[in-house]
Design a protein around this ligand. Structure first.
Ligand SMILES: Cc1cc2nc3c(=O)[nH]c(=O)nc-3n(C[C@H](O)[C@H](O)[C@H](O)COP(=O)(O)OP(=O)(O)OC[C@H]3O[C@@H](n4cnc5c(N)ncnc54)[C@H](O)[C@@H]3O)c2cc1C
Length: 404
């Protein structure tokens, strides 16, 4: 295992940091004020498109896709992408500027890997260009969706069309006015074997019968303009060509989609934790109570030291998982991906919590990114698989390894 970055990668990191310093940090407060204003809900910050054009021109575009796609992505490995995603994790809304935000990244990977040439032309190309956004509709309110085989939405063939009926929720990105396409998971054959029942189908958001019921807030945060939607699919009809890969392939696609998506979340979580550590260190060096600067209290030094240890542990575990994915593929890396998906959100929650505590009242208010970081890290103990589900599978794998 060699975690030395190549010259090309160091240069990319430097360019990304320079882009942040020149274009993103100066507008951070303005963008936050805009996005947290309820009057602006579901509207993008007006300067976003300009920043995206600048990032594209700078070659900082589609950095996540581990395979070159024309001149629209540099084709970085997971290991090369990790430090870049960490930098983006420092500001929650910044990934979109580089066309590297979830759920679009996972959806683009699905279309690049499993989509037909027609799907790629119609949907992947505008997504890769950042012209439209997308959603991934798997989770359903009425069933325990952490077990994907429970998904009940029906996808029934009717002549040259599929007819889709079901209710989805927590469809991230679904509230965005630029969200034009959804990948919907459902059952084409409820009588097939457990992992062959599901399929995935492309549903344009303006298809008759697709109704957005409501946006869901996370601890009061709406994550505008993307949002998380509850959506009803009521006799939604799409051409049979909208099916991805084939009937019964939904589970296989879901597994393929979630590996890279999970590690990207972890990379960004490390960025959130790292920024929290920097903020708490700064605060500790400035603030005085009971005649002493915070930095001179042993308990505060311990909190900071502990945070530094935990961030570095998680960072190395993430790099280890990324390295294995590059060398052996996603399937052979599933245990390491599960490990980091368990470790990173919990690590970030601890570090962010300490940073909030050291900031006092300021830490839970609107003047630092900490409160929103905390919410983002907390929801990542659920999204892309709850901790327990990863432990359930990782535990099974470890027991098998040492008992056979
Ligand atoms: C902010 C946010 C964004 C999301 N974005 C998307 C999205 O874009 N698209 C999408 O399809 N979904 C999305 N999700 C949904 C998310 O992936 C699911 O919430 C998650 O998979 C859990 O499914 P569930 O909510 O049905 O919980 P359930 O399946 O009902 O599980 C509830 C709890 O049961 C426990 N549990 C489950 N299995 C086990 C086990 N084997 N052992 C021990 N305990 C267990 C766990 O504690 C788990 O948290 C998002 C969720 C959130 C909160």
């Amino acid at each position: 295992m060699n975690f030395e970055y190549s010259e090309k990668n160091i240069e990319l990191q430097q360019r990304l940091i320079a882009f942040f310093e020149e274009h993103i940090l100066p507008v951070e407060e303005e963008v936050n004020t805009f996005l947290y204003n309820p009057d602006n809900r579901w509207k993008p910050w007006p300067g976003m498109e300009d920043l995206k054009a600048k990032a594209k021109a700078a070659g900082l575009w589609n950095l996540f896709l581990p395979k070159s796609y024309g001149n629209l992505s540099p084709g970085l490995t997971n290991l090369e992408y990790a430090p870049l995603a960490e930098i983006m994790g420092r500001i929650l809304w910044s990934s979109e500027i580089f066309n590297c935000s979830a759920p679009d990244t996972g959806n683009m990977e699905v279309l690049a890997k499993y989509g037909s040439p027609e799907h790629q032309k119609q949907w992947l190309a505008p997504l890769m260009n950042g012209e439209i956004r997308s959603a991934f509709l798997m989770t359903e309110p009425q069933v325990a969706s952490s077990d994907a085989t429970n998904i009940e939405t029906s996808i029934v063939k009717d002549g040259d069309e599929y007819v889709i009926n079901g209710t989805k929720w927590w469809s991230s990105g679904g509230m965005n006015p630029d969200c034009k396409i959804a990948i919907v998971m459902g059952k084409t054959d409820p009588d097939a074997s457990r992992h062959q029942q599901q399929s995935m189908v492309l549903v344009p958001m303006d298809t008759p019968g697709l109704k957005i019921i409501r946006p869901l807030s996370v601890f009061g945060f709406y994550d505008s303009p993307e949002g998380h939607a509850e959506i009803v699919l009521d006799n939604v009809r799409v051409p049979k060509e909208n099916l991805i890969l084939g009937e019964g392939k939904g589970f296989e696609i879901a597994q393929g989609r979630l590996g890279p998506g999970r590690i990207h979340h972890c990379m960004r979580l490390i960025g959130m934790a790292q920024r929290s550590l920097e903020l708490m260190s700064k605060r500790a060096a400035e603030r005085i109570a009971f005649g002493k600067t915070f930095k001179d209290y042993s308990s505060i030094r311990q909190e900071i030291a502990q945070s530094q240890c935990e961030i570095e542990q998680a960072r190395l575990l993430t790099l280890s998982a990324a390295d294995r994915m590059d060398k052996l593929g996603n399937k052979a890396s599933k245990d390491l991906i599960a490990m980091i998906k368990i470790v990173a959100p919990n690590m970030a929650l601890k570090v962010i919590d300490r940073a909030m505590q050291i900031h006092g009242g300021k830490g839970v208010g609107p003047d630092t990114p900490l409160a929103h970081f905390f919410v983002a890290a907390r929801m990542l103990r659920l999204a892309d698989g709850p901790d327990e589900v990863h432990m359930y599978q990782l535990g099974k794998s470890v027991i098998k390894k040492y008992s056979e």
